[in-house]
Design a protein around this ligand. Sequence first.
Ligand SMILES: [Zn+2]
Length: 217
Amino acid sequence: MRVGRSVEGRPIEGYIRGKRGRPTILVFGGFHGDEPKSVFLARRLIELLTTDPSAASNVRWVVLPVVNPDGYERRKRRNANQVDINRNFPTRNWARTSRRSRMFGGTEPASEPETDTVIKAVKRYRPVRIVTVHSIDGHRQCNNYDGPGEAVAAAMSHVNGYPVTYSMGYGTPGSFGTWAGLERNIPTITLELPSHHSPKLCWEDNRPALLACAEVL
Ligand SMILES: [Zn+2]
């Protein structure tokens, strides 16, 4: 189903799987268009929950595999307005930055339709936890958490072997983790996949890690 549209009018799709009326886990991929492994992982999760509904455990899953479809189309980090969606959230620490910066946060908080779509999804589905998937180089893969997400991050770490890291909210003004985790108290995991691993290996390592999120409910 279409849950929003990008700057250039591309649909932003959402998929609901699992058990109706149960607590919701919200999963996002493709915040950054140059991190296609995050999209691959989110799509594989949708496929798994579709073909094997028993994998859903006793929760409802809502998955938006491509938050930034214009960036994804070009394999660029930012959206069509050159905004880093992950710096455009209306947090207390949102900061005006140079348009030339690869982390440009927009002309004002929540200026972008992609950001607005994510905010509306969180408000509509009221998730008890959120996993937002990214990828990172330099062997810095991790289960990063914002807000009360340590137990979830630890459960994922037990399965995927990535370290648990905690963001103090410094250095990432306007980030989704700050908005959802620190300011709304929703356990929020930023799953940073190792960019040197193949998509297939990322899925093999993280399929059980994603499902572990439902086990610790
Ligand atoms: Zn990213």
